[in-house]
Design a protein around this ligand. Structure first.
Ligand code: CMC
Length: 429
């Protein structure tokens, strides 16, 4: 049987391009030789039709609302597993056995402390610095503290750097939070599981005991699972592009955190909660829906729409359930923001504009309300996303570095600037 090809015809010159098929999902036309054969580039701003790499980690079917990690549906992982198990799966490709899980959990737990000098590094920031600004700097600075795991050609060092980041990013995130509120840093506690330890580092104070609520710990663990990876999104592509130059892994993850901060990406949970507060009451929803539909108004319903999902985001369903569980556990009744969110979702899902454009709530729509109820300030929302996504970035970065065909990422462009012209000395301009 002959291999599939696609033909591109340009100025009477027809060239055959190989077509590659994945396990599931759309085929891709391999245009790697297009320029050599036709002298033309392809043009796809925002990569809406372009696969940038081969990957065996995560699969999304946006039309059907499907998200799989290494083949496992996100709802099964979120409801039956824990976050560190998902980390293991993303990194190693299979679910761990009980012994492998115990060993992995132990290794992550033993790496949670950061170099004591990091504490002094924090003192250089203003107390009102956004914790994402602190995270970009602190994670990048890990390269300066852990020189012995920056050689990307050494498999062992790659794995040590990976474990260090999965373990230390939560510690840095909790330190960023404590710093902004002027409380002392809380050291990690090895007797606690990953997520309970994170809650403890964020909310414990030296003057009294902090009792971890297992319902909240489980809910946050589930939120981490929901955010662990999402194939070639903007921050992951940033990590891959940064890593393609051979940059050290700490620098690459810092680049990913910087990208995640944007309101169209990870910053959307913070923006969604702000929007719900601004709406304030269900009576004002029609006014905001009208603004979102107005072409001349840049306002968008935050937490709605997704580049890939043109159906209900599968993570949003679990997030909504988690939100109700957390509010019930905390005895939050008549939370006005939840009331606004439920009504806004109902109205938007029955509105022609949103139906036609296939705009559904995404994972960020309910996560803000949940995190707020747990006691996190809005400025920490994207930081929590970064804590969870660190493993996805690392798994994708490792996959890229270990791919023998990997090259530096270097997109082309359509140049629309001035044609060649001669320099005019300043006195003659
Ligand atoms: N509210 C109102 N209209 C919208 C919205 C929205 N939230 N999202 C998209 N549209 C409209 C948009 O105006 C455009 O209309 P038209 O075709 O008439 O010009 C159409 O829908 C398509 O939008 P687009 O911007 O071309 O789509 P995109 O794939 O480039 O953008 C998005 C995806 C997520 C950036 C966008 O939907 C958005 O800005 N949503 C709000 C921010 C948000 O919630 N982001 C979180 C994403 S999920 C978490 C993550 O992965 O980081």
């Amino acid at each position: 049987m002959s291999a599939k090809t696609g033909t591109i015809s340009l100025g009477g010159n027809a060239v055959d391009m190989p077509v590659k098929s994945g396990t599931i999902g759309p085929d891709v036309i391999d245009i790697g030789k297009l320029y050599a054969q036709t002298g033309a580039f392809t043009y796809d701003p925002g990569f809406t039709s372009t696969a940038s790499c081969e990957s065996a980690i995560t699969y999304i079917d946006g039309d059907e609302g499907v998200l799989l990690h290494r083949g496992f549906p996100i709802d099964q992982l979120a409801e039956q597993g824990d976050f560190l198990e998902t980390c293991y799966l993303l990194l190693y490709g299979e679910l761990p056995t009980a012994a492998q899980k115990a060993d992995f959990d132990y290794r992550v737990t033993r790496h949670t402390m950061v170099h004591e000098q990091m504490a002094r590094f924090f003192q250089g920031f203003r107390r009102d610095a956004h914790p994402m600004a602190v995270m970009v700097a602190a994670v990048g600075a890990l390269a300066a503290f852990y020189h012995d795991s920056t050689d990307i050609s050494d498999e062992k060092q790659r794995m040590i750097a990976s474990m260090r980041m999965i373990a230390k990013v939560p510690t840095l995130a909790a330190m960023a939070y404590k710093y902004t509120i002027g409380q002392p840093f809380v050291y990690p506690k090895n007797s606690l599981d990953y997520t309970s330890n994170f809650l403890n580092m964020c909310f414990a104070v030296p003057c009294e005991d902090y009792k971890i609520n297992p319902v909240l710990s489980r809910a946050l663990d589930r939120i981490f699972i929901l955010h662990a990876d999402h194939e070639q999104n903007a921050s992951t592509s940033t990590v891959r592009l940064a890593g393609s130059s051979g940059a050290n892994p700490f620098a690459c993850i810092a680049a990913g955190i910087a990208c995640l901060w944007g309101p169209a990406h990870g910053g959307a949970n913070e923006a969604a909660l702000k929007m719900l507060s601004e709406i304030g009451h269900v009576d004002r929803i029609p006014e905001f829906v009208k603004k979102a539909k107005d072409k001349n108004d840049p306002f968008r319903l935050m937490g709605f729409g997704h580049r890939v999902y043109k159906n209900y985001d599968p993570r949003a369903k679990i997030m909504q359930k988690t939100c109700h569980e957390v509010l019930a556990e905390l005895g939050v009744k008549d939370e006005p923001l939840l009331e606004v969110a439920i009504e806004l979702e109902r109205i938007a899902l029955s509105d022609e504009y949103f139906i036609e454009k296939k705009l559904y709530p995404n994972v960020d729509f309910y996560s803000g309300i949940t995190l707020k109820a747990m006691g996190f300030p809005t400025s920490m929302f994207t930081v929590l996303f970064a804590v969870a996504r660190t493993v996805g970035w690392i798994a994708q970065w490792k996959e890229m570095i270990e791919d023998p065909t990997q090259k530096i990422g270097r997109p082309r462009q359509l140049y629309t600037g001035a044609a060649p012209r001669d320099y005019v000395p300043v006195g003659k301009r």
